[in-house]
Design a protein around this ligand. Structure first.
Ligand SMILES: Nc1ncnc2c1ncn2[C@@H]1O[C@H](COP(=O)(O)OP(=O)(O)OP(=O)(O)O)[C@@H](O)[C@H]1O
Ligand SMILES: O=C(O)C1=C[C@@H](O)[C@@H](O)[C@H](O)C1
Ligand SMILES: [Mg+2]
Length: 177
């Protein structure tokens, strides 16, 4: 039974890499944010607006316990998932946790392409965004570093970096078998 669990900061590529990795390995793909949205019939942004971050984290915790029981899957977590409750210890018990690790410069480049859907980043200027990323990445890194494996995401200008990251994670998992 394979259960590969991707964690890391917003914009690290968990959803993008996870989807391609699942296809390559012939596994089902689940994204915790998408799962929450379909189960709750609301977007992550609506849930933040209606219930605040605290309310969202409780829902996220409950839904995590549904989705991380599925077998033969790649699971992409939300950026904050490992940092609340005992979620990170639970994830390590459930499968092969992989931290997609990126520096703030790479992360900010990814996030510029898709900022509108992330409630924690809305309404921030470029300067505020960089300060927020630096600060919250430092607070979150100790949680992410509990993962069983770490993959450095490639710098923005390297060739076909999504495919390269997918191959790296796939190789790492094959070595475990
Ligand atoms: N390795 C990569 N190379 C180039 N672009 C990437 C890479 N990974 C992600 N991106 C781009 O960065 C953006 C954010 O990626 P993605 O949504 O997969 O991040 P995420 O880790 O799932 O974030 P979140 O925690 O907010 O769900 C997307 O537009 C994606 O195309
Ligand atoms: O890093 C975070 O705290 C978040 C990341 C996203 O995946 C969503 O779960 C939400 O926007 C919060
Ligand atoms: Mg995602």
């Amino acid at each position: 039974m394979k259960r590969i669990i991707l964690i890391g900061y917003m914009g690290a590529g968990k959803t993008t890499v996870g989807k391609a990795l699942a296809k390559k390995l012939g596994l089902m793909f689940y994204d915790l944010d998408w799962y929450i949205e379909s189960r709750m019939r609301k977007t992550v942004k609506q849930l933040f607006d209606e219930r605040g971050e605290e309310g969202f984290r409780k829902i996220e915790h409950n839904m995590l316990h549904e989705v991380a029981e599925f077998e033969d899957v790649v699971l992409a977590c939300g950026g904050g998932t490992p940092c609340f409750f005992d979620n990170m210890d639970y994830l390590n018990r459930q499968g092969e946790t992989v931290f997609l690790k990126g520096d703030p410069d790479t992360i900010i480049k990814h996030l510029r392409m898709s900022r509108g859907v992330r409630p924690l980043l809305l309404g921030k200027s470029d300067e505020e965004l960089l300060a927020y990323i630096n600060e919250s990445l430092a607070l979150r890194t100790p949680f992410y570093e509990k993962a069983k494996h770490t993959i450095d995401i490639m710098p923005m200008d390297s060739f076909d970096k999504i495919a390269d990251t997918v191959d790296e994670v796939a190789e790492l998992i094959e070595q475990q078998q």
